[in-house]
Design a protein around this ligand. Sequence first.
Ligand code: FES
Length: 249
Amino acid sequence: MIKNKKGYVADQAAGKAEEKRSGKILISNNGPYIVSGGLPLAKEYIVTDDDGISTEWKKGESYPEQDTYALCRCGGSKSKPYCDGTHVNESFDGTETATKKKYMARAERIEGPGFTLTDVQDLCAVARFCHQAGGIWRLTAESDDPNDKKVAARIAGQCSSGRLVIWDNETGKPIEPEFEPSVSLTEDQEKECSGPLWVKGGVPIESENGTKYEVRNRVTLCRCGQSENKPYCDGTHISCHFNDGDPEL
Ligand code: FES
């Protein structure tokens, strides 16, 4: 067990979750995500307030259960969310450019009087929940109110990409929501676009060459095909107006 200078347990890696079932995601070479182990698949919408700040996730349609399925990664399938082979005709370049370094080895730490925030900026999927309560950075730096710790933990838990994690200063442990292993197709009505796959609950993600990404409670995988940090989303789905055909967009 490795401890960093603040005594936090590094192998808990910011919400790292134990594998709870046999589900996993294999990233095929310039092709789709192969999801196996019967992981549930559903839509999930960002709900915003009158100021356009993201405040909640709202569950949408669930897809029929399947043990194994292939999800489009190039953004071009006509059968989204599933792959229809378009990546071949379009010569999709799905080269994985993201580092496999662990979250805690890269995280910036913002230490507050009541709790601590860790942040890996290049994981950001621009879901914008962190703007609540005047911004999670300000909240962390200024507050020792126990209620604010709960607010900050809720906001961090809504951060689909896992960029942000709140840590309890007393226990040194991350405060994470409990998620069943699952995959959500995110939709961003405020920005009028579809978003990444939100992979929850510690689902292992593996490259075709057998190397593995860190298992985490929250990660977002690009499904528009345009991220420069593949397989992770980098927010480009907003500027490229990715649309999976959702009727509510
Ligand atoms: S889905 Fe976000 S960059 Fe592709």
